[in-house]
Design a binder for this molecule. Sequence first.
Ligand code: SME
Length: 138
Amino acid sequence: NNENLRIAERLTLVCELLQSEVAYYDWVGFYFKNGDKPELKLEAFAGEPTDHTIIPFGKGICGQVAVSNANFVVPDVKAQDNYIACSMYVKAEIVIPLFVDGENIGQIDIDSHTPDPFTEEDERFLEFVNQEVAKILA
Ligand code: SME
């Protein structure tokens, strides 16, 4: 519907802003839980299109965060065995869950072509971004 489209457009703007302003944010996307299905669905992104628009709970970094409800910082994607590769250029990834009324409803996912770029500052910043996004979803 119209309201969902408007939200997707606004999320896309958030992705584009983050990707253009932070040098080591090469791909930025929002995945959300897909209705009652045990899977995540890509709702908005900036960067190269990915084949992985649906991710089952438990699979990859994103799928693990859907069930752990915790931040997941990956300094070196090659060291992860439960990992879904989207691009051969990606060296590192950060996934931060997005909570509405205390419930994990989705996440922001960022890929970097720079090795080990993410710090606690990124975690705090992206938690803040997710809290702001939660306000437009509530
Ligand atoms: N690498 C993610 C999949 C999503 S792509 O990064 C866009 C994962 O392992 O869950």
